[in-house]
Design a binder for this molecule. Structure first.
Ligand code: FES
Length: 84
């Protein structure tokens, strides 16, 4: 997951999305969520909410209720830089 960022000063758009939209609480699920949604956005830069929820359905989060994660991915998509 650390390799997604271009440098220590420039986060990947999905990392930025999780940071700026508070897409995590304890962080246990976060690496899996970020890797999964980075792959989603690389394939589909503007996914619907249903497509985001489908993509992350294999990752369990016990904290966020998923809405903040969906918001984070939508934010990353809006940044227009979903993939590398
Ligand atoms: S943020 Fe705690 S499990 Fe997802």
């Amino acid at each position: 997951m650390e390799g997604l960022a271009k440098s220590a000063d420039e986060l990947h758009p999905v990392q930025r999305g999780f940071w700026e939209e508070h897409g995590l609480q304890c962080g246990y699920c976060t690496p899996g969520m970020i890797m999964t949604t980075s792959a989603l956005l690389a394939e589909k830069p503007d996914p619907s909410e249903a497509e985001i929820r489908h993509a992350i359905e294999g990752n369990i989060c016990r904290c966020t209720g998923y809405q903040q994660i969906v918001n984070a991915v939508q934010h990353a998509a809006r940044l227009g830089k979903g993939g590398r």
